[in-house]
Design a protein around this ligand. Structure first.
Ligand code: NAD
Length: 419
């Protein structure tokens, strides 16, 4: 089992590491290590059997110096105040690293959605949207999907907000279904930026991605799309994938489309008949592969496990999958780690495109979405490499935080202090 690391402490450590390379006022850095505000609320709804269910929920608005707060809403029994604070901070630095005009926010409800009917989840989502109403808005705070939420929940939040405000405001939330104002390419965006950063990394390292072996931990939205595109667009061999049920392995490469169909039918990758072996998640994370893509949850790899990681490149599709100890061990071992705040930034970047299209009431074809996304990700990757070389930082994570922190500090300084 990985160490019980508090993700908020990980975030603060990552900011401190980067701040060492920046000439900035201590107070200015301290401000950027903590959220501006956190809403904590208890949502009570009627359950299907007539009883009352009470659910703790949070929304953290971390920093808004570069634009409206932006970040997803997660439904998971492990959601906590500190997890939401950490995720909201990572959003600030993610938006800054890909240079889109947003601050960072995040929300979550402590709930296991598998234990509730669609009707209960709708009541819960609408109750949360009602609590969020004074905080969110197209120019204020724009939620999006995260773990266990998707288009359905986004559509409910949009509808609740618009009904209460007596207006139309599709840009109040992103990750919507296309018919409700969503963007082409949004569902695939996080997996696509993961694939693009893997491609750029292998090119930077002068290594072939075609035929490279890949393991993906977490076969959900981010992981399954990353696997499909790594295989389909770059010709990599995805040899292992996993979800919370366990993993499957085939040294000759899995057919990722077939694995996805199998998971859609059965709810798990485990049992897929194109595999030669079943694996535990720990076995998957330590496989001897060219590229490892953690795409599940935080703290998947701690310091102890990092010593056994067999890949020499890690591209983080999940948020915060490595503990700070794991980072130290992997840096020491010269494993190249491309940080979450760049690799999975495709989700928020296409959310930004969705918001732009909503504001203009003018919708782009998928080809334009993918082209603009590629431009943002490739530019951000180049900026990270330049920073890595210029500042002599120990790894790409610190480089990404140096780039991002400087942008946020500049925006704060230009805004001045008031009151
Ligand atoms: P998801 O719910 O679609 O998928 C998560 C997957 O991880 C599921 O298949 C689940 O079974 C699996 N999983 C859970 N615990 C696991 C474990 N211990 N070992 C292996 N697998 C496990 O969620 P998602 O949207 O794909 O998000 C995954 C990660 O990507 C999260 O960290 C999220 O914050 C991050 N992310 C997602 C997006 C997005 O647009 N979806 C954007 C940015 C970052």
């Amino acid at each position: 089992m990985p160490d019980a690391v508090n993700p908020f402490e990980s975030l603060q450590e990552q900011i401190e590491d980067a701040a060492a390379y920046i000439d900035a006022d201590e107070g200015a850095i301290e401000r950027l290590k903590n959220p501006e505000r956190v809403l904590e609320t208890n949502l009570s709804i009627e359950l299907d059997d007539g009883s009352t269910g009470v659910f703790r929920a949070y929304r953290s608005q971390f920093n808004g110096d570069r634009g409206p707060y932006k970040g997803g809403i997660r439904y998971h029994p492990g959601v906590s105040r500190d997890e939401v604070k950490a995720l909201s901070g990572w959003m600030v630095y993610k938006c800054a690293v890909v240079d889109i005009p947003y601050g960072g926010g995040k929300g979550g409800i402590v709930v296991d959605p598998r234990e509730h009917s669609a009707d209960e989840l709708e009541r819960l989502t609408r109750a949360f949207a009602t609590e969020l109403r004074p905080l969110i808005g197209e120019d204020r705070d724009i939620p999006a999907p995260d773990v266990n939420t998707g288009q359905r929940e986004m559509n409910w939040i949009k509808d609740t907000y618009e009904t209460l405000e007596n207006t139309t405001a599709p840009g109040v939330i992103t990750g919507k279904a296309i018919d409700s104002g969503g963007s082409a390419g949004r569902v695939e965006a996080t997996g696509r930026s993961t694939m693009l950063t893997a491609r750029e990394t292998f090119e930077y390292l002068d290594r072939e991605i075609t035929g490279a072996s890949v393991a993906v931990q977490g076969y959900g939205n981010a992981g399954s799309v990353a696997a499909k595109l790594l295989e389909g667009e770059l010709g990599a061999d995805v040899v292992a994938v996993s979800d919370s049920s366990g993993g499957v392995y085939n040294p000759d490469g899995l057919d990722t489309r077939a694995v996805t169909s199998f998971k859609n039918e059965t709810g798990a990758v485990s049992g897929y008949d194109g595999a030669t072996e079943e694996l535990t998640n720990e076995e998957l994370l330590t496989l001897d592969v060219d590229l490892l893509v953690p795409a599940a949850l935080e703290n998947a790899i701690d310091g102890e496990l990092a010593a056994d990681v067999g890949a020499d490149v890690i591209v983080e599709a999940a948020n915060g999958p490595l503990t700070p100890n794991a980072d130290d061990v992997l840096t020491e071992r010269d494993v190249v780690v491309i940080p979450d705040i760049l690799a999975n930034a495709g989700g928020v970047t296409v959310s930004y495109f969705e918001w732009v299209q909503n504001r203009q009431r003018f919708y782009w074809p998928e080809s334009r979405v993918n082209e603009e996304l590629e431009r943002h990700i490739v530019d951000a990757f180049d900026g990270l490499v330049e920073c890595y070389k210029t500042f002599d930082v120990p790894n790409f994570r610190t480089a990404a935080y140096v780039v991002a922190l400087r942008r946020v500090l500049d925006a704060s300084a230009e805004a001045g202090r008031w009151p």
